[in-house]
Design a protein around this ligand. Structure first.
Ligand SMILES: C[S@@+](CC[C@H](N)C(=O)[O-])C[C@H]1O[C@@H](n2cnc3c(N)ncnc32)[C@H](O)[C@@H]1O
Length: 268
């Protein structure tokens, strides 16, 4: 089995060393708004098995489908503005997919209207999250995800809040979570550290001090479950061989930790 250099995140605060993990490229790091592939890798390791069908209704540069295929999952990507031949043109509110076909859905939607995507008038990235129209559109997307997802399966939505100087704060994360919770049971809520070269430009930080606001430092990752029966606990779905391989990869780390504890006299 190919040894993967990455390990799963184990707390609700995730970080990642680079936009892509080493190996074949995943998506296009030059695509504005591309999802860090490490996030998708962690989700697929935790909530899918090999051969499962992974769907991304807003696939952008194709990060989700590349990670899924590398992990031996099947993948389907849709977008209003496909960037590659293996991404199908579709509106995420009306997917050309039968009900209950997907084993996992990942989505990283536009957060308000900061980025100009190529999808034309139907692009949700043209709607400001200051207006109800954005949430009405996203409610349709979430309802469609619920339709295509098989019961007893998981989905995840990656999103950030938005603040623009001189405008009211936009709590996009909380508002989208409220929509998700109408359809799905909550598995967990993760904060993913935001890496953005612009965040390190000093003038941005000076402006945040001078005008007394905060720069966005994290994304939310909402992990949700489609219940088969109301109130059921989420049924585990992962590849046992992949878990065993990771536990093996972690053994030297665990043994090293024991040595450190013994050295300090607090082992045992
Ligand atoms: C944040 S990007 C996704 C990035 C992607 N995960 C990646 O790694 O490249 C959001 C995407 O949503 C697409 N989009 C916006 N409105 C859409 C809609 N109504 N239906 C399908 N795709 C849409 C945009 O074209 C854009 O590619």
């Amino acid at each position: 089995m190919k040894k993967h250099p990455t390990l799963r995140q184990t707390t609700t605060l995730w970080d990642y060393p680079a936009q892509n993990y080493p190996g074949a490229p995943q998506g296009d790091i030059g695509y504005t708004g591309a999802t860090p592939s490490y996030i998708i890798w962690n989700l697929l390791q935790r909530y899918t098995k090999k051969k499962d069908l992974v769907v991304d209704p807003m696939c952008g540069s194709g990060t989700t489908i590349d990670v899924a295929r590398e992990l031996g999952r099947r993948a389907l990507g849709y977008d209003l503005a496909p960037t590659r031949k293996d991404i199908f043109r579709a509106d995420a509110r009306r997917l050309p997919l039968e009900t209950g076909k997907a084993d996992f859905v990942f989505i990283d939607p536009p957060y308000s209207d900061h980025i100009q995507y190529a999808g034309g008038a139907d692009c949700i990235g043209r709607l400001s999250a200051a207006d109800d129209a954005y949430y009405e559109a996203m409610a349709k997307v979430i309802s469609e995800i619920h339709r295509v997802l098989r019961p007893a399966r998981y989905m995840a939505l990656y999103v950030s809040d938005s603040y623009e100087k001189g405008k009211p704060f936009m709590p996009i994360g909380f508002r989208l979570y409220a929509l998700l919770a109408e359809f799905f049971a909550t598995v967990d809520i993760i904060a993913v550290r935001r890496h953005n070269a612009k965040l390190f430009r000093n003038n941005w930080h000076s402006a945040a001090v001078e005008h007394n606001y905060f720069l966005r430092g994290f994304h939310y990752l909402f992990i949700m479950y489609k219940e088969e029966r109301r109130g059921e606990l989420p049924r585990p779905r992962f590849d046992e061989q992949e878990v065993r391989a990771e536990l093996e990869a972690r053994r030297p780390l665990r043994d090293g930790q024991k040595q450190i504890q013994k050295g300090r006299g607090d082992g045992g």
